[in-house]
Design a protein around this ligand. Sequence first.
Ligand SMILES: Cc1cc2nc3c(=O)[nH]c(=O)nc-3n(C[C@H](O)[C@H](O)[C@H](O)COP(=O)(O)OP(=O)(O)OC[C@H]3O[C@@H](n4cnc5c(N)ncnc54)[C@H](O)[C@@H]3O)c2cc1C
Length: 1011
Amino acid sequence: MDTKSEIKKVGAVLVLGGGVGGIQAALDLAESGFLVYLVESSPAIGGVMAQLDKTFPTNDCSMCILSPKLVECGRHRNIELITYSDLVDVEGELGRFKVSVRKRARSVNEALCTGCGICQEKCPWKVDSEFDVAMGKRKAIYVPYAQAVPNIPVIDREHCVYFEKGTCRACEKFCTAHAIDFEQEDEIVELEVGSIILAPGFDEFEAQLKPEYGYGRFPNVVTSIQFERMLCASGPFQGHLQRPSDGKEPKSIAFIQCVGSRDLSCGRPYCSSVCCTYAIKEAIIAREHAGDVKPTIFYIDMRTYGKDFDKYLERAKAEYGVRLVRSGVSEVQQDFETENLMIKYESEDGGLFTEEFDLVVLSVGLGPPKQAVELANRLGIELNEYDFARTDPFKPTETSRPGIFVCGAFSGPKDIPETVTQASGAVACAESMLSSARGSLVTERELPPEIDVTGQEPRIGAFICHCGINIGGYVDVPQVVEYAKSLPGVVYAADNLYTCSQDTQEQIKAMIKEHNLNRVVVASCTPRTHEPLFQETIREAGLNRYLFEMANIRDQCSWVHMNEKEAATQKAKDLVSMAVAKAQLFKPLKELTVGVVNKGLIIGGGIAGMTAALELANQGFECFLLERKGELGGNLRKVYHTLEGGDVQGLLENTIQKIKENELIHVFTNVEIEGIDGFVGNFKTTVKSDGQEYTLEHGAIIVASGGEEYKPTEYLYGQHDRALTQLELEQKLAAHSLKFEHLNNVVMIQCVGSRDGERPYCSRICCSQAIKNALKIKEENPEANIYILYRDIRTYGFKEEFYRKARLKGITFIRYDEGHEPQVSVENGRLKVEVLDPILMERLVIDADLLVLSVGVIPSSGREELSKMLKVPLNEDGFFLEAHVKLRPVEFATDGIFLCGLAHSPKPISENISQAQAAAAKAAIVLSKESIVSGGYVAEIDKEKCSGCGLCIQACYFGAISYNEELGVSEVNPVLCKGCGNCAVICPSGACQIQGFRDEQILSQVGAYIT
Ligand SMILES: Cc1cc2nc3c(=O)[nH]c(=O)nc-3n(C[C@H](O)[C@H](O)[C@H](O)COP(=O)(O)OP(=O)(O)OC[C@H]3O[C@@H](n4cnc5c(N)ncnc54)[C@H](O)[C@@H]3O)c2cc1C
């Protein structure tokens, strides 16, 4: 027996860092049967995402989408939040680590504090707020931000008058809960866990280290994170765009890119990956806040490589007039009279310019957390040359110490969706190792019995949200509250600064009890993100969760009527009265519990599909892996090495071997899918494989159906034998079939079939592919002249290192603009490439011995049929569309179906692997359950009224309605029904109704509006 099997594994995981990465990891683990200790060094969780105003590319309010997750984390029975705490030591090994954590003294007793906020109000001492990046103030006793979880303040002893001078104690005097504890001391907590997930994020580059940009000297030079706070409704200027120096609205803003990125001089040679897109976002929001402001972005390459990011860029230019100047900025100077800023820059063609701006925003790069080295020493893990956690591209979430995983910006700069994906990926890896301990330490959720409201008169509570100034700045909220109080059935109405905050959830529960409320209306933002949170709150208070209604007075009032406060307020009143009218007719709805088939099905046997299958099997779940070709591998079969030098064929072989050896994985090749029926927990898929038919029963589906190389029609491809694609070149390089001594001039053309009218997206991998192959040719023939004709070189993150290496090796990069694409012709049998060099402003003519086209990735054939069978959507470009770009990147809106790999969007192997792991972690949440609950807002057919016409069956997109031959009527399967309402609309006899949206309820809403 080996030592590993002797260790009894612990069913708990420590997650270090409570940013969006740590939060996602904690929630996934807790939902699939593990106890989680979420250790966060600051007083509250949220990380950088809590500081952002909006998020690209959807411009969702960052806090609005984060807040429900914060609350969920804060009250999850299987998550213990350990905030204001630091890791001290880690002993032990995979399966059983002993971790000590120092809980710093808050000077506030967490058990007694009610989060009322009076201490902060009474504290006389103001200091710079870290959360507002020193642009606003906080008190010496504080919570970092309004929606903070936990909502428990901390005394900053360095600035507290009592700790400094022994006087004051105002907080203690006014705290009716007697929670202030000046004597409290740091405490060491010992924890036993099976695995550790690191999510300590990043620290922004310190802009003072680039003194030429004047940060810290000129008040109107700010960093991008300060600008986020400036734009934010909860920020220091309540979202009004104004200059720090004089409060005037700026008319022109310059964004300087790559401050502390792609810059050897300050030790940051890598690309920070997110700054181009966040600068575009900030420029767009600035325009939304002040219509006449002119934003200009000074940049080197525009690296909008993510899904739909190029469309975002085009919108910024076309709809918001964002000006882009490809240049190098050498200096920022200040006019001391006006405090305006002079930007000196060199344009692409070498011209020197000076331009004046009212405000300058420095797009600071993402660096490792300041304590990365110390942290790594304590954890016993390796860091890379830039002090980020070292990972292997083929094992993107594994650190050098077994059992310790990493996600988010700590392993390299990345955006929110990638962070969230990696978090779930790390969870899959931890769960694979701890599967035997799953469920051993968790407690079942205990809810109070439902209060029977039958026969009771409606007693409605209305909670009206300010959402900081998001709503409160445009709608007269107190007026809406007064109005709500006058509505029939309303016995309680109040306003809240943030109705989604944790303390408001407690308040809602308290008010339900105090006023015997039997229905609740919340007027705030969108039910899409917040309805489940409020439903959960009222359920915890003992009400049926469907006795709840939301009025969206943010999107429908404050957003669309920004300049019409009176009309917006009136509309808010109308929406509240409609919600109240509907709530009066609510009845409790029933939910169903259905069993789960604990098996997974994976569609696609490329690296994403194979990884997902292995992750599921390693967690103990049987799965079916479907591949339409005769063998596993997909695109990986044509790739030989990665930019970083990884052995791709080795990976392929190794993965296939592991699949073969795993008894829980059933591989089906030459597969044709004939039908997919069922619903989350209970799918039935019929396939034909190698001539035989099978019916497979499974509880979850992972779509990993991949993508394909675009087959070019341009640049004489297919007409000249020396015109190849990058993949074809790679195959020749691997087979050593190129005669390098004959390669004097090699020309590579980027963006072939990407970023054009037909395919407006970036294929993300082609820049790296070109550099990889160019370096390989240079290795074989250092004399070869290699020209890469590009639009932007998008070697994001640590890939930038290879771009620099390529330039050092003498590879020539020539830019071309859209509309001035290179021209390829044949002269005397030889290929001739012409391109306009924008630096020299001359047409260059190159005789090419080899022309290599960096072609894009296109969605795989057969995706439309698959999308129809699964009833999941595709985006405009033909890739599968996830449920939420930011926070649900590997899930579909349809429960139980998940997504990964090229089927989602083009991306390199490493990112496909973490996405596949993430999809497996999500599927494991379903498969680890014995049963799931469904029902609620679903269709119901009144048998007495139904004529059996079948129109509803045709209208149902989800196959939830069938015909009962015996009774001659239609019947609904509530587990399949999504409550979309198609059937109710089409039913001629009014027999079909959606629960919670019955005709009389909708009509009462209409009636409330008319009267
Ligand atoms: C100006 C700016 C704008 C951006 N805009 C966008 C955008 O619009 N869309 C987008 O997708 N991305 C955007 N990003 C990137 C986004 O912020 C990151 O992708 C995301 O925050 C990374 O999440 P994380 O959890 O890895 O790290 P973080 O958000 O940094 O969270 C890490 C957490 O760990 C805690 N921590 C650190 N060290 C320790 C320790 N030793 N022990 C315990 N806890 C610790 C920290 O206090 C923090 O709470 C932007 C970044 C910047 C700088």
